[in-house]
Design a protein around this ligand. Structure first.
Ligand SMILES: [Zn+2]
Length: 287
């Protein structure tokens, strides 16, 4: 039953992507989802490569420019998830020398801990001073939850708290407006997403479905493509997704999506009740 639903969703998304590419051609907006960067020279090569093909714009401007009329070149935005320290030490000099905008999605507990652990090992994460430096340079910041949990496995109340509390902390600590959100691993439920679409304080909701964005969207969703390791890989990422990739994307949202949610349910599962109660007015979406 579940498999049939995933295949149906993926087929529909694949056909839609093909039809949109045919209809809109160059009038599209590609958003890259990046993480840790090992080699600044590789990142420099990536920037040089995409600049030839795209006009690079801030995340907050992409949708508006897309709707504003036919741009001479396709648009592209850079986003970095999880605020790895290498973004600060290796990417920022390249971004600055090329005058390229970018948005950083920050998980507040990672900043407090100073690191994040993933299957590939431990990654150092930017501290508050570095994040303030990022903002001072004019780059954007988005919220990425407090605890980086799979929101399709959490209660809706916990999900709302993760989203709004992370935004509150970021705005307070960085003294900037936070208008973007990205789902950790791209996991969400329709119920949570319907609520978030209506929360006025968020302008975009970033997901990890590997499609381009086209004019005429009535949703806050921004599709993002994960970046490979170098520009040669990126060429593959920049084309429209294969049917297999769409199956994986549809699967990504489902309950069959791998170990992370299972491990989280076994190891954590909850925020102290008093914290949720204290933030219930926040979770109503009024802020
Ligand atoms: Zn993340």
């Amino acid at each position: 039953m579940k498999v049939r639903k995933v295949v149906k969703e993926a087929s529909k998304a694949w056909l839609t992507a093909k039809a949109q590419r045919m209809r809109w051609g160059a009038q599209r907006w590609t958003v890259l989802c990046l993480h840790d960067v090992g080699d600044p020279a590789e990142f420099e090569e990536l920037i040089a490569g995409v600049r030839k093909r795209f006009r690079i714009v801030p995340l907050s401007e992409g949708r508006r420019l897309l709707e504003a009329g036919r741009p001479d070149r396709p648009l592209l935005s850079l986003t970095f998830d999880d605020a790895d320290k290498s973004v600060w030490s290796k990417c920022v000099p390249v971004l600055r020398s090329n005058n390229i905008p970018a948005c950083l999605f920050v998980c507040t507990n990672y900043v407090e801990a100073g690191f994040r652990d993933v299957s590939t090992g431990r990654h150092e994460v930017m501290d508050w001073d570095e994040l303030r430096g990022w903002v001072a340079l004019g780059y954007e910041v988005g919220s990425h939850t407090v605890s980086h949990i799979p929101l399709n496995q959490a209660t809706v109340e916990r999900g709302k708290w993760e989203i709004l509390e992370s935004r509150r902390i970021l705005q307070e600590r960085l003294n900037c407006e936070v208008r973007h959100f990205a789902y950790p691993w791209g996991y969400y439920t329709d119920q949570l997403d319907n609520w978030l679409q209506a929360v006025e304080s968020f302008a975009t909701i970033c997901v990890t479905i590997p499609c381009d964005n086209y004019p005429g969207s009535h949703s806050k969703h921004v599709y993002r493509k994960p970046w490979g390791l170098n520009y040669t890989d990126l060429r593959t990422v920049l084309r429209e997704p294969s049917w297999y990739e769409m199956v994986r994307s549809a699967h990504h949202r489902s309950v069959l999506n791998g170990l992370a949610p299972v491990l989280w349910r076994m190891s954590d599962g909850g925020v102290p009740d008093q914290e949720l109660a204290a933030s219930s007015s926040v979770a109503s979406g009024k802020r």
